[in-house]
Design a binder for this molecule. Structure first.
Ligand code: ZN
Length: 116
């Protein structure tokens, strides 16, 4: 696989890691806010807002972690030379597809067959 694909993946990995770090800071800050006073989600309107925000941030972090895992897996495929090949049929994945979806592991036809 060419270096631009690897560079693209490395940039994605750095972005995801940075967002995870930021979300972790935000989640910790929120947790510290909740520690102030006795936040009661049932009766304190602000408590409800905080926990809604908390679940949103936790959900985002979850998503970023999944992205990071996918990107790491793709970088391993780059390292072992299998990147850019469809895992189902072995055909080359078009460069334009990899550009749009750097973590794609299937060609368009197989992705459609797999219902992705
Ligand atoms: Zn295929």
């Amino acid at each position: 696989m060419d270096d631009s694909h690897r560079a693209h993946l490395e940039a994605l990995r750095a972005d995801a890691a940075a967002r995870i770090a930021q979300l972790t800071v935000d989640i910790d800050a929120l947790r510290a806010d909740r520690g102030d006073g006795n936040a009661d989600d049932e009766h304190d309107p602000e408590g409800v807002t905080l926990s809604a925000e908390w679940s949103m941030l936790a959900g985002l972090r979850e998503q970023e972690l999944r992205t990071l895992i996918e990107v790491e897996a793709s970088l391993e495929r780059v390292a072992d030379g299998t990147a850019g090949r469809c895992i189902d049929c072995g055909a080359a994945i078009p460069a334009a597809r990899l550009e749009a979806r750097p973590t794609a592991v299937r060609c368009v036809a197989c992705a459609e067959r797999a219902g992705l």
